[in-house]
Ligand binder design. Sequence first.
Ligand SMILES: [Zn+2]
Length: 380
Amino acid sequence: MYTSQFFSDFKKNLEGQYEDCPGYRLLSQNQSFNPYNDLLCEDDIKRVPFVATTLFKKSNMLFKDLLRVKPDEVDKWTISSSTSGDPSIVGRIESDITQLRKFVELQNDIFRPNGGYDCVFYPHPHEMNSYASQLIFGKPTESYIGNVMSVFNFSKNTNFLLKLVDNDFVLDINTFIDFINRHNDQNDDLSIRGSTLLLYNTVEQIKNEISPVRLGKNAIVHTGGGGWDGKKGNISSEKEIERFRFVEEISQFLGIPEENFIDTYSFTENSTPITGHYSKEFKDYYFHVPEWIKIIIRDPKTLEPLEHKGAKGFIQVLNAYGTNAYAGASVLVDDMAEIISTDCCPECGQKCMTLSITGRVKGSEAKGCGATLSVRSDVA
Ligand SMILES: [Zn+2]
């Protein structure tokens, strides 16, 4: 349904953004782009100016200039978890959150909510949203991951393993050990979800103390929120986590088949999570681009759109929905992805663009990218 409507809905969203957001209008005018005249067919989408997600960083103080509504009209400010102390801040209104909920529900086949039992390496979403919340123009800041989790249907039997103790989140390892022991050899319908780093570090810690378990083929491991580089918020690991090693080690210790591992990629400026399933053969996750967004991969040096299989570059997301409060119709993220297929997942056959997401750019790559992104930043 979304595929056939995407172009017209995207055009409408972009024209609205051009009208409502002076910052985006200026950026477009500087690139001689006017959505009314220059976005006439699908191919024109490649020319649509994007907002680099770095512009939403708190330190740039531009987040209020990237709104489509007045600052006091936003319902909440969603913020990213930030290792550097410089989070992204995105204003949202209720309809944006409702849209996010719809998109999360449309991915229920892969998320498998309402299973028997959930064990989650995050705090309860309400605690996550209210933790360290501040007021900006009278509206609260909330964690974006908390927002995504708030719209997710966890089963009634959910253990949130991060507990608030003296205003700090503490991991309740004993509850996790009880959970895996209780479900050992039962083949119960269950999910272990949440922070990649916390799950990995926990298993590393307990595998010398207790024997491996067999949770079985009805169990899934659903990670999200990044952290593969070994850093997430104020949690850090000594080194980055290789995805195949994570899956192998957790799969062996918990007795969950590798094909039952999924990972969700999301970032604060986007309107939908993007989820991948692990491929044993590929030794990485295949991410399915949902039909309600479009992704363009851009060369990190030239920013030209790349279309061939194997091409690697920045991720630009075109959103037709769920960006009513902010300039999120066309955003460029400083994360890198590789095009696996433009139209079909090689493993499960689903008809969709398929990517492998390699994460933040680093080292020499980052230098080029940083320069590229700040050149664009000057415009807004
Ligand atoms: Zn697939």
